[in-house]
Design a protein around this ligand. Sequence first.
Ligand SMILES: CC(C)(COP(=O)(O)OP(=O)(O)OC[C@H]1O[C@@H](n2cnc3c(N)ncnc32)[C@H](O)[C@@H]1OP(=O)(O)O)[C@@H](O)C(=O)NCCC(=O)NCCS
Length: 146
Amino acid sequence: MELLPMQECHVAGIAALERVCFTDPWSEASIRAELHNPLSCWLVAVEGGEVCGYVGSQTVLGESDMMNLAVAPACRRQGLGRQLVERLCDALREKGSTCLMLEVRRSNEAALALYAAAGFRQIGVRPNYYFHPKEDALILRKELIE
Ligand SMILES: CC(C)(COP(=O)(O)OP(=O)(O)OC[C@H]1O[C@@H](n2cnc3c(N)ncnc32)[C@H](O)[C@@H]1OP(=O)(O)O)[C@@H](O)C(=O)NCCC(=O)NCCS
C-alpha cells in the first residue's frame, strides 16, 4: 500500500469510492478541480493501481479543513484511515498550517472514534448541516503545532 499525493489517474477511483461511501458524493469534476487548487492537499492510498482510500483538505490563512476521508469497505479496520489522517497532518504541518478542522455526522461512530484517537476535540455543532438524511454535524479541531 502506497500513500501518494492525488494525481489525475486517481480521480475516477476516488469518485467511485465517494459514491460507495457517501449519500451526497463529490462529482468526478469537483474532485478533478482539486488537482488545480493551490489551497488543496489530497492524499490517496493505492494498492495494485486501485484506490483504497483518500483524504482531502483545503488550507486558508494557515487553517486547514478536512473535506473528506474514506476507506474502501474491504480495507477498513486495518489502520488505513488513521494513517491517512496522520500523513495529512504531517503534510499540512510542513506547509505551515496550525490546525485542522472537520465536520462529521453525529451518528458516525467509526469516524468519531478515529478522530478522537487522532487527537481531535469537539468545538461546536452545526444543526441540520447534512441532508440525506438530515443530521447535525459535530465540528472537530486538532492543533497541528504545540
Ligand atoms: C471512518 C473510516 C474512514 C475509518 O477508516 P478505517 O481505515 O476503517 O479506520 P482505521 O482502521 O484506521 O481505524 C482507526 C480507529 O478508528 C476507530 N474505528 C474505525 N472504524 C470503527 C468502527 N467501525 N467502529 C468503531 N470504531 C472504529 C477505532 O478506534 C480504530 O482503531 P482500532 O482499529 O485500533 O480499534 C471508514 O469507516 C470509512 O470510510 N467510512 C465511510 C466514510 C466516512 O464516514 N468518512 C468520514 C467522514 S467525516
